[in-house]
Design a protein around this ligand. Sequence first.
Ligand code: AMP
Ligand code: MG
Length: 410
Amino acid sequence: MPLLSVDEARERILARLTPVGTETIPLTACTQRVLAEDIIAANDLPPFDNSSMDGFALRAADTARAAPASPVTLRVVADIPAGSTPTISLAPGQAARIMTGAPLPAGADAVIPVENTDFHDRSAGAPLPPTITIEKALQPGENVRPRGMDIHAGEIALQKGAVLNPQGIGLLVMLGFAQVEVYKKPLVALLSSGDELLKAGAPLQPGKIRDSNSYMLASLVESAGAEILRLGIAKDSRESVHGLIEQAVQHRADMILSSAGVSVGAFDYVKEVVEAGGQLDFWRVNMRPGKPLAFGEYKGIPFIGLPGNPVSAFVGFEVFVRDAIGRLGGRLFRNRLKVRVRSEEEITSDGRESYLRAVVREADGQFIAKLTGHQGSGNLLSLVQANALLIIPAGVKCVPARQEVDAWLL
Ligand code: AMP
Ligand code: MG
């Protein structure tokens, strides 16, 4: 069987996943949650014509001939603080003191900032002047924020599938929402496998290493918007792997994510156990690092088996699992932004789609990349030191120095 391309593997995974259910939650708990409904504006924003300056509302036509040599004097007939509702209607020759955000009175169509008048008392509580003098003409609409300039009632303000960021939450409040329907967070069951693995914090023992993947992957899973069910470490035996995977079923996980045990080693039982209780769609992808990467389902739950080597597990997560969790969590699928960078040195590859650790810096308006240390799939330090992954397409064996390549900024 020829190796699957990264793109095809990604499409196959996404095609099998559908969003989990939804729930209604208060806006106070909405950060980074995914909208499960289109948000239709129930009112115009802004809801009324209002001033964008502290100043004086007036009729622009009254100022048409204003100039330093021929100043125009207007009579100040009202005071309009923010939050008030003006009842007056400005007649020609009249003005009203107005604060930022206060509604424009009838008759007014422009606002002159206080600093452009002869009224220089800007202290809080300053009494209303009887008149103001203006030396410059205003255009209709100047310093006015018209009703509906942002959005009109009935228009879509936020789309189903959008991730709620702080500014989105602010907009929801402007539109009158206090709660909103979002997708539930998918529950991702996470397990490691290997007789060599020690728990975090355990003293080293001969031949053993600590289970770093569980922690790194849990952190990645959380950053992708899912909840974690920590299943711990499976031993290299059918029974142990089976026992942990069954726990994912009992807890009704939305995805099972494992690391290690899916290559062709004599003790790689994960693949076998999944196939016994479900099926594997594929288990190898034409990429580096991360070729032994399995996808399928176990008793109806989507299963992704990442490689055991920490850098492979990380890259596999970023290439496949982040978007898979996004799909389960209802996110509108958006391709991650790539930037073009120039590598300082020649890069050689074996022809698989390759993800290389690099530090990207900006110099003379360009992104320049330098590879970090050992690029072996077990060398986590060079990933920690990197701020980008360079992407060398499949089929390319050599990228000359200074040639542009794609990169993901981490
Ligand atoms: P395997 O896929 O089981 O052959 O594992 C490949 C490599 O990844 C081996 O060097 C393992 O020791 C290592 N490895 C497997 N699981 C983990 C883990 N949870 N944390 C760190 N390294 C691991
Ligand atoms: Mg192993």
